[in-house]
Design a protein around this ligand. Structure first.
Ligand code: TEU
Ligand code: CA
Length: 525
């Protein structure tokens, strides 16, 4: 089981309002107590923070805001003492525009020119019609050399050029550097986009024109097979790919001799119209069907309901009001009873919710600002524009971790870089850690049950029932089976089975056919 830490928002120890590595170390005991096997650290490398660490200016350093390399070494050692592995974030589709490679690349005659993708314009326009993930042009003109560079994300994140074999050599060195330090693996950022097979105009789309030339191309598969052979296998290192717009077929290929597993996105898309900014009502039936399809498609999934890019799951798929506790626990059961590696995002284990943002200046994320600007350009009315951002902004997940009911939820003694959710009086770690019925301790219990159950770890998956309100499935290993039934609604639901309960968010005894609001049951079958 992997626990994702977003270091900037986890725990500040020196009062600058920014989480740091010492802060992570200070909570390792609690994480061990929760029962986790690994921590995935969102980027801690030096970065100008255009995209808070996903724009890296030095792959083998530590951002001074977060501490020093000595702190990092200590974190690895302290985690190891507690049997916790460290997984680093590997961001190699792009660097920061302040990375020394890029600074030199701006000079046409530099040996670094070909580290990036430079092209002349077309009659004063960009080289092609592609659009970026962050709602802006994906070509930026550079005065210095009179050409454009490609950036699929912000203009401060120029894409690397994998036609240049030197780039992959650099990547191998970065991987060796961290593996030699004792990290156990990598979460590989947008790893299915590395290789751009052509730079011609793409088919016009509402979002991501050009993507047919860079999503899961053969060149990317080749790169991953090389890394697997030369680095991942020799170091016995774990890899999970973040693979956007991946289909089951692409996923199978990426997990065959390339990565160990991948994050797919389809289940994050059931509450949207075409792009994530246009939200629609959550549909549990669709959700269950998508999850089942992926459970069957891959040998081993990376299961998640939250991360630093997604709004909070209890606000989205559960009920942050009346059934807050019940629905947060129900989602925990879902995550922990699927086949694959469960990933829990910081704060998910205490049921943290979305933030009630009231204005754009509370929001720090570059993506949100770009989308807001674009929506204005497209004359989308202010009320709609604001609603888009408020519900979907990635900052919903990035507000500081709520440790206690003291000032700033115990995150910092200074001014937090992003506002703390005012509900920290009600939702915080301290109030939950010693309360046996809390969401946090439900996670702990569920993690323990999972770790002791061969059925939950190794069993196959079979969907039983998927309706508007109910999702039920069976896991089987050898001659043992467990049935999980989840009620995604505030109304009682019939589920025609009975049996002894292994775990539920309502009962300890026998299940007899009726699920309470947002109830989850695991039944011995
Ligand atoms: O995200 C890739 C990605 O495509 C999205 O999920 C992204 O969050 C965006 O919202 C798309 O609309 C990864 C990282 O997780 C993200 O934090 C980075 O900003 C991005 O790559 C660029 O490195
Ligand atoms: Ca700090």
């Amino acid at each position: 089981m992997v626990y994702q830490v977003y270091p900037r928002s986890f725990q500040d120890t020196n009062g600058d309002g920014i989480g740091d590595i010492q802060g992570i170390i200070s909570h390792l005991d609690e994480l061990q107590d929760l029962g986790i096997g690994a921590v995935w650290l969102s980027p801690v490398y030096p970065s100008p923070n255009a995209d808070f660490g996903y724009d890296i200016s030095d792959y083998c350093g530590i951002n001074p805001e977060y501490g020093t390399m000595a702190d990092m070494d200590r974190l690895i050692r302290e985690a190891e003492k507690r049997d916790i592995k460290i997984i680093m974030d590997l961001v190699i589709n792009h660097t920061s525009d302040e990375h020394p490679w890029f600074l030199q690349s701006r000079d046409k005659n530099s040996p670094y020119r070909d580290y990036y993708i430079w092209r002349p314009g077309r009659n004063g326009n960009p080289p092609n019609n592609w659009t970026s993930f962050f709602a802006e042009d994906c070509w930026e003109y550079d005065e210095k050399s009179g050409e454009y560079y490609l950036h699929l994300f912000s203009k401060k994140q120029p894409d690397l050029n994998y036609y240049n074999p030197k780039v992959l050599e650099e990547v191998k060195n970065i991987l060796r550097f961290w593996l030699d330090k004792g990290v156990a693996g990598f979460r590989c950022d947008v790893i299915n986009l590395l290789y751009k097979s052509s730079l011609e105009d793409g088919k016009k789309r509402l979002a991501l024109t050009g993507s047919e030339y860079y999503i899961s191309q053969e060149g990317t598969h080749e790169i991953l097979r090389t890394l697997r052979r030369e680095i991942f296998d020799p170091y016995n290192c774990f890899t999970v790919g973040e693979t956007v717009f991946v289909t089951p077929e692409m996923g199978r290929k990426l997990c065959d001799g390339e990565l160990d597993t991948i994050f797919s996105f389809e289940h994050m898309e059931v509450d949207q119209f075409y792009v994530k900014w246009f939200k629609r009502k959550f549909n549990a039936e669709k959700f269950g069907k998508v999850i089942s399809r992926w459970q069957n498609a891959l040998e081993w999934n990376a299961n998640y309901l939250e991360n630093h890019d997604q709004p909070r799951s209890v606000s989205r798929f559960g009920d942050e009001g009346k059934y807050w506790t019940e629905s947060a626990k129900m989602l925990c059961v879902l995550l922990m009873t699927l086949r694959g590696t469960p990933f829990v995002y910081q704060g998910q284990e205490i049921g943290m919710t979305n933030f009630d943002f009231t204005s754009m200046d509370q929001i720090k994320d570059v993506e949100s600002h770009n989308v807001y600007r674009l929506a204005k350009k497209l004359h989308i009315p202010e009320r709609i524009r604001w609603n888009m951002i408020k519900k979907t902004t990635r900052d919903n997940a990035r507000t500081p971790m709520q440790w206690n009911d003291g000032p700033n939820a115990g995150f910092t003694t200074g001014t937090p870089w992003l506002a703390v959710n005012p509900n920290y009086n009600r939702i915080n770690m301290k109030s939950q850690i010693n309360c046996p019925d809390s969401i946090r301790n439900f996670y702990k219990k569920m993690i323990e049950i999972r770790s002791q159950s061969d059925v939950l770890k190794f069993g196959n998956f079979e969907a039983i029932e998927t309706t508007k309100c109910l999702f039920a499935y069976k896991r089987t290993y050898k001659d043992q089976s467990l049935v999980t039934a989840l009620n995604f609604s505030p109304v009682e639901q019939k589920f025609n089975r009975s049996g002894e309960v292994l775990l539920s968010n309502y009962r300890t005894e026998f299940f007899n056919g009726v699920l309470k609001p947002y109830e989850a049951v695991i039944i011995k079958a």
